[in-house]
Design a protein around this ligand. Sequence first.
Ligand code: NCD
Length: 304
Amino acid sequence: MKHLISPLDLSVEELDHILSLGQEIMKNPEKYSHICEGKKLATLFYEPSTRTRLSFEAAMLNLGGKVLGFSSADSSSAAKGESVADTIRVISSYADICAMRHPKEGAPTVAAMYSEIPVINAGDGGHNHPTQTLTDLITIKSLMGRLDNITVGMCGDLKFGRTVHSLINAMVRYPRVRFVLVSPNELKIPDYLRKEVLDAERIDYIETNQLEKYMPDLDILYMTRVQRERFFNEEDYIRLKDSFILDASKMQYAKKNMYVLHPLPRVNEISTEVDNDPRAVYFKQAKMGVYVRMALIMNLLELD
Ligand code: NCD
């Protein structure tokens, strides 16, 4: 049985297959509208979410399947002290596949050990978020026609932002991908990513706190929110939250064909005046998340 816990659980070939299937579904959604009839997806969300949970549910409904689940830890038996291992053993007999979001890093890995159905990590603490990565990759591939030979700027909270960690892990496997990592000093990428991934794979990257300076080099700018819920104290959050705000004046430095992505939710880091710029694609990106999750569900249920 297959699970998706880290983006590295998929080989580049499997990843490309899921992205192509997602693009095919996008073109012809009707063709896939009955493929999961009789199947159920459980969404086990111990942490807040809008897009990820609802896009999983929309994906399963679009495939003709059904959904069940809970959307906060307090409304599940976790509030009574039940372990993830016990919960998943039970859910295994209620559903055919599940998506789990949890504040503890590694919780979906534990679930996969005890599960009899495929487990999808829908975000674990500050660690990984592989289905957001699928969403990011299908967006980049659809807009640029490729995933290699790209300069990707990542800006904001690179320390706690799990979407950043997963996207770096996935993209380093494509040739000639360069990273410009823009953050305040305190919010730089974790050491393990720098040493074990970027340095170990000899990836071309720089770490900086100057967004404007590198703006003209970028093909993609991946903006992220400062992850308030993972800070140890509120003062640090308040001091750092508005370190980088993308606005129309900064967009003037960018290429005409650069794209701005954001996993959303946005707080302050992209001024709403940027929304009407044709290079702002974050709402389009959220829409593509449904198609790629449809492809993933089909793949894990071996219906592709
Ligand atoms: C992201 C997450 O949950 O990590 N949101 C999402 O799934 N689209 C990003 C975030 O919360 O900042």
